[in-house]
Design a protein around this ligand. Sequence first.
Ligand code: SF4
Ligand code: SF4
Length: 92
Amino acid sequence: MTTADKEVFNPIRINAETCIKCNLCDWICPGDLIYKEEDNRQTLPVIKYPDECWYCGLCQTICPTDAITVVFPEQMVRNKTEVITLLGKVAE
Ligand code: SF4
Ligand code: SF4
């Protein structure tokens, strides 16, 4: 299997039943990963670049119908590194 064939994990799950196609998730995503046809209230948003998501959660937070769930990959959930170690600072 080549790198190109590798399946990309999509952390953004959209519930097609509850999505009202409002376009807010497309609007707010800081990485511009979500694409939604702006003037078309029939189409669902599409996650164009799932591997570029940085899990900020803004799309999930802004969604008016709770149609979005951000799913963390297993490796992130299992990572026990404390934030303080990553930042290299000690809280006072
Ligand atoms: S913000 Fe929620 S309801 Fe609006 S288009 Fe995105 S997923 Fe659908
Ligand atoms: S979690 Fe953040 S970066 Fe990822 S798709 Fe949602 S808004 Fe964009």
